[in-house]
Design a protein around this ligand. Structure first.
Ligand SMILES: Nc1nc2c(ncn2[C@@H]2O[C@H](COP(=O)(O)OP(=O)(O)O)[C@@H](OP(=O)(O)OP(=O)(O)O)[C@H]2O)c(=O)[nH]1
Ligand SMILES: [Mn+2]
Length: 179
């Protein structure tokens, strides 16, 4: 069998184990793992991405931020490139939420091409999810603020993947956000 298929299944299994107790914030409490799988699928099916390290990083992108996983563990199991991409898309939870959001806007243009791809797909998934259903406790204003902030981040990712960017800009347009 193709070694890349085996590697991808190892990766999705690792992510599923790590996120196994977590749920999304939607009213149906969707299993959290739906999100990293969906981000990897956006890259593959909609973005045309075949770079296995990018697809692996997408599957693992929230493991360090949201579970007990460390970068050293990712490096030992999946190698330095995958661990580095995940590191680039991981927020420092020691900082305030406001600082984290600001740093995403500032850092986006300086990320590697691979990390920019994961960031585009992460934002596209989350914005579609917000259109699908409002997370528990979120006001319409908070939803709109997330779109406005995401547009700032996505602006810094310009020139990374035409298909994904076009879909993102369409969502911003529908919200009346100038880009
Ligand atoms: N739209 C949506 N988002 C949900 C849901 N459940 C969990 N999330 C996660 O919440 C994050 C966005 O919510 P915020 O309030 O902005 O961020 P916070 O997690 O730092 O509090 C995203 O994290 P992230 O993937 O790390 O991305 P980022 O926005 O922090 O870059 C997203 O994956 C849901 O049902 N709908
Ligand atoms: Mn995410």
């Amino acid at each position: 069998m193709n070694l890349e298929i085996i590697l991808l299944l190892e990766t999705v299994n690792f992510a599923a184990e790590k996120h196994k107790t977590q749920r999304r914030k939607d009213t149906e409490a969707t299993p959290y793992i739906n999100h990293p799988i969906g981000v990897a699928r956006i890259l593959s099916y909609e973005g045309g991405i075949t770079d296995i390290t990018v697809l692996q990083a997408a599957l693992l992108h929230d493991t360090v931020e949201d579970t007990d996983t460390s970068f050293l563990e990712l490096e030992a199991v999946f190698g330095a490139t995958v661990a580095r991409i995940v590191q680039e898309v991981t927020d420092d939870k020691a900082l305030s939420k406001q600082e984290r959001k600001q740093l995403q806007v500032e850092h986006a243009p300086h990320c590697s091409h691979q990390a920019k791809l994961v960031k585009l797909a992460d934002k596209l998934y989350n914005l579609r999810d917000l259109n699908r259903c409002t997370p528990s406790g979120w006001t319409p204003q908070r939803v709109q603020e997330y779109f406005t902030w995401a547009a700032q981040v996505v602006k810094g990712l310009r020139g990374t993947n035409t298909a994904l960017e076009e879909k993102l800009y369409q969502l911003f347009k529908e919200r009346g956000i100038e880009t």
